[in-house]
Design a protein around this ligand. Structure first.
Ligand SMILES: [Cu+2]
Length: 130
């Protein structure tokens, strides 16, 4: 009887392991991931951008989106006018005033279609033109 019960519990463990193998990749796939930006991650440019664009691999929700451009002194320098492209909800952007040479950090936070919050950051540098 004990042996029979052990077989059942082993089957249950295998079954649960199998189910979790099916579920985990699905949830991982449904996370939005940043795939592109302008200025690009770690890029060095010589002219202030007019805006900072971030693209994800899939559309993100319009609620709870945040995007900020921060200078090396830790000050927020964007125009706080985050927008989401109407015809491409995977694209968010924010405008900036003319930025002086510095290294800037872009921080983003969005809600995936699956309601998970995704956040991250990247840098770009503006150099004096030669
Ligand atoms: Cu997710």
């Amino acid at each position: 009887m004990t042996r029979f019960r052990n077989i059942i519990s082993l089957n249950l463990v295998l079954f649960l392991a199998f189910i979790s193998m099916l579920i985990v990749p699905l949830t991982a796939l449904s996370h939005a991931v940043m795939v592109e930006s302008e200025p690009k991650k770690d890029s060095v440019i010589t002219k202030s951008p007019r805006q900072v664009d971030v693209w994800f691999n899939e559309q993100v929700r319009s609620a709870h989106k945040a995007l900020a451009v921060i200078n090396s002194a830790g000050e927020r320098v964007d125009n706080k006018d985050i927008k989401q492209e109407v015809f491409d909800p995977s694209h968010i952007y924010i405008t900036t005033p003319k930025l002086p040479p510095d290294t800037y950090t872009v921080r983003y936070r969005v809600m995936s279609a699956d309601t998970h919050i995704i956040s991250g950051r990247f840098n770009f540098t503006i150099e004096e033109p030669n």
